[in-house]
Write a protein that binds this ligand. Structure first.
Ligand SMILES: [Zn+2]
Ligand SMILES: [Zn+2]
Ligand SMILES: [Zn+2]
Ligand SMILES: [Zn+2]
Length: 478
């Protein structure tokens, strides 16, 4: 389909999707030279940091698949996505986990419930009223509603993952029903899953103050290309719509980008993720810069005695690149580095209790620098998981230091007003509030005012970055 027609489809969808959707005037889907790969979204006006670029309506949202034996995580209600600690099957008989009559009767579930029921889901002898296999097939089944709806054209327009492998979701469905699938239905299901694999976003929803990670297909966002220094960030509202905002200033004619991977991972990890999940190699400015804007994220400290240098790959885009210390020019092979990395990883995983002094001692004795990916991982875990009121003073002050270091890293990586900036600002604010509470009697008004100032500044940042989900306890979200 030609690009003008695609733009018409997308804008038609957004303007009719859910009534009153705004913010789709300043960009266009383009095949021009401005995009990094094939098609992309390009700005047709300037955007300032924080400006909403578009509000995207999901074509499909579905829960993440579970392990075959149903262990590992709790399923969520297939309709409202609330976590189900004691899952029960849909009263309508489709064998999806559904939390009650109210959800079973919702209009958005009616067609899929009837469809799955007609396929005669198999019952197992264990008396369980819901089926993991049917649950894992939801994405595939929901593709049929796109085919039968007004926006069928997206099945042709959106990019599909190219693979010869059997489609997991469809195979799960076939294994768990007694009837045979209609051939055309099956084809649509396979196409839907391939589109989902190539384009889906992690959709985070808040249900009764619990965060759940779902998969969502967003037609505009699907056209955004990846960059490791993306100029947008996004949140989700109650209706699971994606609100995409400028995280950096964007100028007319510039490509609008997002990140398909974690921005605080070093180049090797990002590349690996992009290659295995999205099948491409990123060559953005950050990927081509060995030192990743001076952060030396991938580096390990030099192994030569008394050398303060750091070892980095000579060519960051080549997995087998030789590593070198700039200071003493020592060369290290990639195989040696992989072993080295594994050792550090094992060591870091062995740390369970976060005690500032012993943590710093470990870093020092094993010569690991504070921005190495493993250390960042641990720092973030400590920041998300620790409860401020149960920390001793040393730990609380350490947490404050870690938050500031993370904010500094986000800035160095040029990530602008990204989601991580919002989340860390919120955590830092909570730490400062706890500190102010503990010391309120010892401080004079002037000191307290300084803290008030810090608090209101952080509040301004996190509310503008995170929109309405700022009240959450953010566990495990990066
Ligand atoms: Zn429900
Ligand atoms: Zn049902
Ligand atoms: Zn990159
Ligand atoms: Zn050296």
């Amino acid at each position: 389909m030609e690009i003008n027609a695609i733009n018409d489809c997308v804008k038609n969808y957004l303007s009719h999707g859910d009534g009153g959707i705004k913010g789709y005037g300043g960009w266009t889907i383009s095949t021009g030279s401005a995009t990094v790969a094939g098609r992309g979204v390009v700005a047709t006006r300037d955007y300032s940091v924080g400006d909403v670029i578009f509000v995207d309506v999901p074509l499909i949202v579905s829960p993440r698949a579970m392990g075959m034996d149903g262990t590992g995580s709790w399923p969520v209600c297939a309709v409202c996505y609330a976590v189900m600690m004691t899952p029960t099957g849909c009263p309508g008989g489709c064998r999806l986990p559904v939390c009650g009559r109210q959800c079973a009767d919702r209009p958005e579930h009616r067609d899929e419930c009837r469809y799955v029921r007609q396929l005669r889901p198999k019952t197992k002898s264990d008396g369980q009223t819901w089926s993991v296999g049917i649950y894992n097939a939801i994405t595939a089944v929901r593709g049929l509603s796109i085919r039968d709806g007004k926006y069928r054209y997206f099945l042709d327009v959106l990019q599909k993952k190219s693979t010869d492998k059997l489609t997991f979701e469809v195979e799960e469905l076939k294994r768990n029903i007694s009837m045979e699938l209609d051939k055309e239905d099956e084809q649509i299901m396979v196409t839907t899953c391939k589109i989902m694999d190539a384009n889906c976003f992690e959709t985070i929803v808040n249900r009764s103050n619990k965060l759940t990670s779902l998969k969502g297909l967003y037609p505009v966002a699907a056209f955004m290309n990846h960059c490791c220094v993306p100029n947008t960030m996004h949140n989700f509202n109650e209706k699971l719509q994606m609100i995409a905002k400028a995280s950096l200033p964007i100028y007319k004619g510039q490509e609008i980008t997002t990140s398909y991977t974690y921005s605080i991972w070093p180049t090797s990890l990002r590349q690996n993720h992009l290659l295995t999940s999205k099948q491409f190699i990123c060559t953005c400015s950050r990927c081509c810069d060995t030192e990743e804007f001076g952060t030396k994220l991938a580096a390990l400290n030099c192994i030569v005695k008394n050398c303060d240098g750091r070892i980095l790959p000579i060519n960051p885009l080549d997995k087998k690149s030789i590593w070198q210390c700039k200071m003493c020019t020592k060369l290290v092979s990639s195989t040696e580095m992989i072993c080295f990395y594994k050792d550090v990883e094992t060591l870091m995983k062995s740390i369970s209790v976060f005690c500032p002094k012993s943590f710093e001692a470990i870093l020092k004795s094993f010569n690991i620098h504070k921005d190495s990916p493993f250390v960042i991982d641990l720092r973030l875990k400590f920041i998300w998981k620790s409860k401020n009121n149960s920390l001793n003073l040393e730990q609380l002050l350490y947490k404050e230091k870690l938050c500031m270091e993370m904010l500094d890293l986000v800035q160095k990586l040029r990530l602008g007003q990204c989601r991580l900036l919002g989340l860390i600002s919120l955590e830092l604010l909570k730490v400062i509030k706890e500190k102010a509470y503990r010391f309120r009697r010892n401080w004079n008004t002037k000191t307290l005012n300084v803290f008030e100032g810090q608090i209101s500044k952080l509040k301004e940042i996190y509310t503008s970055v995170l929109d309405e989900d700022a009240n959450l306890d953010n566990n495990n979200i990066q």
